[in-house]
Structures are given as structure tokens and as C-alpha cells.
Design a protein around this ligand. Structure first.
Ligand code: FAD
Length: 429
């Protein structure tokens, strides 16, 4: 018999929990990936940077496997169907995979594991994407935290007690099932096209991480790690990142904890996916002007920092965090457009899109989320520009023809501020 290791959001052969356990099972291991048509069909375009990124990683993995006389098996089918074929063709005894927490993934995994168990194939799933999940960091009274600082304190305490575990799957790769190496399915075969530019590698150099807290807020500097997309698809290991952060920079560690904080919030308060974390904010009367929304999407609001940010997003699939905060605040407060519209636009464009982080940060910007700034704190996009891009370096990078007397602002700041305060106050009264 053989064991199958099913990769999903953990596209790497090193420090991979499921792969480690599979390789230690005593059975030869076949690594697989399944392109799920249910997910692919929901994507608006055939040129999709995230699909192309996944495909490129799979090619790399297949090349690495070839060094061990093994091969990656890529399928294009509904996961349950794919397993039906697999267990028909191969003597599969066990399937190993890592937990995937979003609603669709959970129901998919339930269906697959029920199917496998009915056919006497064991299904093992492990925590891998996070250090602490679900109910592992709770208040002393057993309820979930809703404020970041005490959550992060408890998270760090627990880390100190338990240490960061390691699952050195890379040491056991000779136990893979030997199979002639073949090219994997091409992008065209799954109905997609190649894209450029290539996604930036994460910069995890000591140099960058050590100066992170000084540079992170300046969008004209490459001062952040760009680890987001790599965490999203597991091409880096969160355990490696946390070990590095512990040694090199606590400010950066806190950002990694924010990621788990929002995942924990989504798990305990699933209503946030559709609603405001604080229910009374559901009464906000959004203006939802479609023309203004389109201007925001295109980066044509007349506010240079907002526009530069949106153009960076449209062109590259990434936007600097400081600017994400500014454009999100602007959409919700200045234009009074429902944060869910902005959230959906980001979900479509961001390479590092992560449901929990995107939702949590949008609700934070709208002032409707857990632990968010009070709603009356409204960013002035002009002062933000003076503070964080005083020489207009970032603005000029993304607005090619920028000059004085740039586009007329879509709305006056003072007027918009008063209107937002009025609207929020009314909803909360
Ligand atoms: P670094 O600054 O180097 O941080 C390292 C890692 O820490 C990030 O890759 C990310 O995994 C995590 N992290 C950092 N900041 C946050 C944060 N505020 N919340 C949660 N995790 C964080 N991040 C996403 O990963 N996916 C999203 O869909 C997403 N949507 C956002 C939407 C808005 C409106 C805002 C304001 C922020 C959003 N963020 C999101 C958070 C943050 O902007 C990005 O994680 C960060 O800019 C990614 O760049 P980096 O990898 O260089 O991060």
C-alpha cells in the first residue's frame, strides 16, 4: 500500500507537518495536488496571478521531487472524484493533509474524509498554517479574546511554554514513492494563461527584518517582508518565520500574531463574513454610489495617496499596508461606501488575499470590527501623504503623469468628514 500527501495551502516540501507524518508512516508516499474546478470556475479571469503562482510552485516542487526519483501528481477534478479515481488506480491506505479552516475547505474535507473512511482509507489532518488555532489561545474564563493586545500577550506566553515545534519533512524525502518524473498538467490544460510579472519572493533577510519597525510605515521603501502571498499558499513555513521573528524583531512578530488573531476571530464569530462584528453598525446608511466606487477602484479620486495605492494594487496585486489603511478608510468614511464592496475588490485583486485578514482589516478601517479605532478617528488623506510620502516618491511611482493640479478631489475632506460623523452617529443612536 501507499500513503498520499495532499498539498493545498502548504506548497512546500520542508517543515511540512502532513508530509512529515506521511513520510514517517512507513508507507511510500505519493504527493498530490488537486485543481478544484469549483474554485477555478469562480475566478473572473483566465489570466489569474494566484493560479499562475500556484502552478509555478507546483512545477518547482515536481523538480525537487525528481531528485528523489519521485513525481508530483496533479489532478484537475472535484476532490471527492479525484480520490475516487486515485483509490481505484493505486493501493492507497492513508491520506495525509494539513488543516484548512475556511468554510468551503472544511466542508470539502469533511466530504473527502467521509468518502475515504467508507473505503477503509485513513484520513489524517494536522495543524500547519498557524502556531495557535481555534481554541488554543483563550481568556482564562475559556472565552475568545476580542482585543489584540491581551490576545498577543497570551499567545506569546504559550509560545514560551511550548516552544516552536519543527516537522523536518525534508529529512525523510528518500521515503517517497519512486516514480518516473513527468511534467505536471500545464496551465493551459486547466484553462488558464500565464501572467507576469512574477510574484516577488519574500525578503526574509536579517537586514530587512531588523529594520522593519522603522521602515514599515513608509510606502516608498521596500521595508516589509512580502511574505503575505507565501503564507497564503504555504511556500514559507510560519514556524520558521516565528522563530526568526523571536530572534530579530518583536514588531514583526506582532504582525504574524495579527494574522492568527483575525483567523481566530473568524472562527469564533463567523457572522463577520457577512455582517459587522458589532451588530449595531449594521444600521449604517451607506451611500454606495457606484460611480464613486468605480473611481476609487481605478485610482481616480483626486487624492494622490489613495490613487497611487489603488494603482499599485491594480498593477501588481499588492499594496503597502499603510496605504491599504488609507484607501480603506477613504472608501468607508469619505465616500460612505459599504466596506464589503472594498473587501470584495481587494479579494479579487490581492495576491496575499486571506479571508480572515482582509475582513478583519476592512472592519477595522470601517470602525465596525473588534478592537478597531473609534469611528470618529478619520484619516485625512492629505496629512497621511505629508507624513508617509513627503517627497511624493510613492505617488510618482504609481501615478506616472503626476503633477501639481492633479485630478479634482472627488469629495472635499472637511465636508466628507462631517457627513461620515453624522451618518455613524445616526446609526449608533
Ligand atoms: P509584513 O508587514 O512584512 O508582515 C508580515 C506578515 O504579517 C504579513 O505577510 C501578514 O501575513 C501578517 N500581517 C501583517 N500585517 C497584518 C495585519 N494588519 N493583519 C493581519 N496580518 C498581518 N493581509 C493579508 O495577509 N491578506 C489580506 O487579504 C489583507 N487585506 C488587508 C486589507 C486591508 C484594508 C488592510 C488595511 C490590511 C490588509 N492586510 C491583509 C494586512 C497587511 O496589509 C498585509 O498583510 C501586508 O501589507 C502584507 O505585506 P507583507 O507581506 O510585506 O507584510
Amino acid at each position: 500500500g501507499i500513503a498520499v500527501c495532499w498539498l493545498r495551502r502548504d506548497l512546500r516540501l520542508f517543515d511540512n507537518t502532513a508530509l512529515y507524518h506521511a513520510l514517517k508512516s512507513g508507507l511510500p508516499v505519493q504527493v498530490i495536488f488537486i485543481f478544484d474546478p469549483a474554485i477555478l470556475q469562480s475566478l473572473p479571469q483566465k489570466k489569474d496571478r494566484r493560479v499562475a503562482f500556484i502552478h509555478r510552485q507546483l512545477e518547482k516542487i515536481n523538480a525537487e521531487l525528481s531528485q528523489f526519483g519521485a513525481s508530483l501528481f496533479v489532478l484537475h477534478d472535484l476532490p471527492e472524484k479525484a480520490f475516487e479515481k486515485l483509490i481505484f488506480e493505486y493501493p492507497v491506505r492513508e491520506v495525509y493533509t494539513n488543516h484548512d479552516y475556511e468554510a468551503y475547505a472544511r466542508s470539502r474535507d469533511k466530504a473527502v474524509s467521509d468518502f475515504l473512511l467508507a473505503h477503509h482509507v485513513q484520513f489524517h489532518s494536522y495543524k500547519d498554517q498557524v502556531i495557535f488555532e481555534k481554541e488554543e489561545v483563550l481568556k482564562p474564563n475559556g472565552t475568545p479574546y476580542t482585543v489584540f493586545t491581551p490576545y498577543s500577550r497570551k499567545w506569546k506566553e504559550q509560545l514560551q511554554q511550548n516552544g516552536v515545534p519543527g516537522f523536518p519533512s525534508e529529512d525523510y524525502l528518500p521515503k517517497l514513492l519512486k516514480k518516473p518524473n513527468k511534467p505536471i498538467l500545464s496551465l493551459a490544460e486547466i484553462g488558464f494563461e500565464t501572467t507576469d510579472p512574477e510574484v516577488a519572493e519574500a525578503d526574509l533577510s536579517e537586514e530587512l527584518i531588523k529594520h522593519y519597525h522603522k521602515n514599515r510605515d513608509l510606502p516608498y521603501i521596500d521595508g516589509t517582508s512580502r511574505a503575505g502571498v507565501h503564507l497564503r499558499f504555504g511556500t514559507v513555513s510560519i514556524r520558521h518565520l516565528v522563530k526568526q521573528a523571536l530572534q530579530q524583531n518583536e514588531a514583526w512578530l506582532n504582525e504574524l500574531i495579527w494574522r492568527e488573531f483575525f483567523m481566530m476571530i473568524l472562527y469564533h464569530f463567523p457572522h463577520v463574513e457577512q455582517h459587522n462584528f458589532r451588530r449595531k453598525y449594521d444600521r449604517i446608511q451607506w451611500r454606495n454610489n457606484e460611480k464613486e466606487f468605480e473611481a476609487w477602484c481605478r485610482g481616480e479620486t483626486g487624492y494622490p495617496l489613495v490613487d497611487a495605492g489603488m494603482r499599485q494594487l491594480n498593477e501588481t496585486g499588492w499594496m503597502h499596508n499603510r496605504v491599504r489603511m488609507v484607501v480603506a478608510g477613504f472608501l468607508c468614511k469619505h465616500l460612505l461606501i459599504d466596506w464589503r464592496w472594498g473587501e470584495a475588490y481587494f479579494a479579487e485583486k490581492l495576491l496575499d488575499y486571506e479571508l480572515a485578514s482582509n475582513n478583519g482589516n476592512w472592519q477595522w478601517a470601517a470602525g465596525t470590527g473588534c478592537d478597531s479605532a473609534p469611528y470618529f478617528r478619520i484619516f485625512n488623506p492629505e496629512s497621511q501623504l505629508k507624513k508617509f510620502d513627503p517627497k511624493l516618491e510613492y505617488v510618482k511611482t504609481w501615478i506616472k503623469d503626476f503633477r501639481a493640479g492633479y485630478l479634482e478631489p472627488i469629495v472635499d475632506h472637511k465636508f466628507a468628514r462631517a457627513r461620515a460623523l453624522e451618518t455613524y452617529k445616526k446609526a449608533l443612536s
